[in-house]
Design a protein. Structure first.
Length: 309
């Protein structure tokens, strides 16, 4: 493997990064249900003060043909080219507590080298803890708080927050590998998987970002402003509730999910809110089919709502 240090460039103008800060990570590109990670990244960048500490080599890590950047065609010439970025930031929360924030696109190539580069940065800045967020679609109702599955080696967070602890194989993303390597080193690391209602997977669900921020706060003690997101979440849920009230099939779906969820949360060891009547996890194809059926109903004019098509 080539030297991972060649994969990123340190900003020489930022030389005042304190040792021992927490690292937060959120990369986009795979299974970002409810746009939870995208909203988290955008919200932190838009609302907090930050400095760029290091930038990664986009040409070495991104498959441009799979995720094409945008460029603006201005009548007769091209302008405003916006390449994808992946960078490490130094930021501060609402009360001035500093942290490192790794955000941008998930690498398409050189995962091992990228992971080694992240571990170098963790060592360089003597990072105290690493916390990352992921969001996946699950058959859970929007009428209940968003749950999380917690991975890593911080047992107190797993015991207190993880509502579902499966034995299953999952498609990995780059931060799974980072977590895996950090665990091997004994570095305190936590991954939060947001369990997003599958019928809202293709929307921008503000509550997903709120849960991401709350989870990060629980792991790091950082404080983030969430008033705007919470208000947007209330408006969004009110519109979804309006759709449910006028669609019998959707109401039945949500009611069934509520029953499973409530049964599980009451301590029933035989039924998870994430499983079907036989206790089996639905496949990705089954989840996609159910979502497509819901969207087809809306396209036929039975529903109007916040970007569900």
């Amino acid at each position: 493997m080539r030297d991972p240090e060649g994969l990123y460039e340190i900003n020489p103008q930022v030389f005042d990064v304190p040792d021992g800060l927490p690292l937060i990570a959120g990369l986009t590109g795979f299974a970002d249900a409810g746009s939870g990670v995208t909203q988290l990244n955008d919200y932190l960048i838009d609302t907090l003060d930050y400095k760029i500490v290091a930038t990664f080599d986009t040409d070495a890590l991104l498959d441009y043909r799979a995720r094409r950047p945008t460029i603006y065609f201005d009548q007769d010439h091209l302008a405003d080219y916006r390449p994808a970025t992946l960078a490490l930031y130094l930021a501060a929360d609402e009360i001035g507590q500093q942290f490192l924030f790794l955000t941008g696109f998930e690498p398409d190539f050189q995962w091992e080298r990228f992971t080694a580069a992240v571990l170098q940065l963790v060592d360089r800045y003597k990072v105290k803890t690493t916390t990352w967020v992921h969001a996946i679609p699950m058959p859970v109702p929007h009428t209940r708080p968003i749950g999380v599955t917690v991975s890593g080696n911080r047992v107190e967070l797993i015991d207190s927050m993880s509502i579902w602890k499966p034995h299953t194989q999952v498609p990995a993303n780059a931060l799974h590998l980072v977590e895996y390597r950090l665990q091997e080193l004994g570095h305190p690391t936590t991954g939060f998987v947001l369990l997003i209602p599958h019928y809202l997977a293709d929307t921008e669900f503000p509550d997903a970002a709120v849960t991401a921020l709350e989870s990060i706060s629980a792991a790091t003690g950082l404080i983030f402003p969430t008033d705007r997101l919470r208000e947007e979440g209330r408006e969004f849920v009110a519109k979804i509730d309006g759709q449910v009230e006028t669609n019998q099939e959707l109401a039945k779906l949500v009611g069934t999910l509520e029953e499973r969820h409530d049964s599980y949360m009451e301590g029933n060891p035989l039924r998870s809110p994430l499983t079907d009547e036989d206790g089996e996890l639905p496949s990705a194809d089954e989840i996609a089919a159910e979502l497509q059926n819901f969207l087809a109903l809306r396209r036929n004019g039975e529903n109007d709502g916040p970007g569900l098509a």
